[in-house]
Design a protein around this ligand. Sequence first.
Ligand code: SF4
Length: 342
Amino acid sequence: MMNSIVGNPEVGIYRGRLPIGCELCRIGAKLVIFVTGECGDNCFYCPVSEKRFGKDRIFANESEVNDTNEIIWEAYRMSALGASITGGDPLLHLDRTVKIVTALKEEFGSQFHIHLYTSGRYATTDAIRELAYAGLDEIRFHPINEKYLKFAERATTFDIDVGIEIPAVPGQEKFIIDVIKWAENNKVKFVNINELEVTERNYTNLLPMGIKVEHGIAGGSKSAELAIGIVKELEPSKISLHYCSSVYKDIVETRTRFIRTAKNVRKPYEEITGEGTIIRLVTKKWNRDLETYGEVIGNELHLSPNLDKEILHSIDEAWLVETHPDARRLEISRTRIRYPES
Ligand code: SF4
């Protein structure tokens, strides 16, 4: 049943086969490599943050990195099965991008699936050839307008999966449908339609269009309605059609990636929450016999949050500390606990 709809409108729906890059995203096994914030376009809906857009900075997931070794290290931290190369436009730094693709393939083998996003503006035939030669598996074009489709067409002559990824911009229904029809006739494997994502850099452009910030309740915006309507209405036979909601990133992609990473990086006394964050108990005054249950770091003793109250009888105060599992171990909350607890 190639054309039946699979999924849930609140998170995402699709017809046909989900692209491999999206499958990896679903299970949190995709390393996100932000190759550069530089881009030759300036879309009004661009979701790239102020901190990154226009800046030549490299990130592997949430961490800023300086070289390919640090990218590989981040891939090991999360037991990545593939990578997504994004920006900005990675093709503005083609040598760097090719080096990263080559290094990942050498380190993890040909099965390590790599896909790349580009507007296509710099996708010359030579650039695509270089990327295909390095082992890039999938290239996703974000055509800003009809003229950009010719860049995607070029890629279809190479042994590489070609996809189209476009935002569901209210008022652009005809353009989106035309792109899907074009994809059907041009050896493209899939079209992904993304709900517009409201960020601190684009909200002044999106809010007047009825694009709401509704974290946890996807499918409510005009952008989501448009994308869901198109996927329900169209039944392309040669390509897969996929709608991805803006909250998907938070409730599926980030959460599953965090859980996957946390299993690798948590210390024996730390616990993983359902959100993939890591919690531990921290105290500043303790009896030495308590040290066998945890680790002394500086002037703090770090312990499991699940220790029996009897074991903790010698302390009168502690903090429940929650961190992200990323390389920074970013602290997101610290809750004071007085002992004995009532
Ligand atoms: S092409 Fe992509 S990165 Fe560049 S401005 Fe548009 S949305 Fe942002």
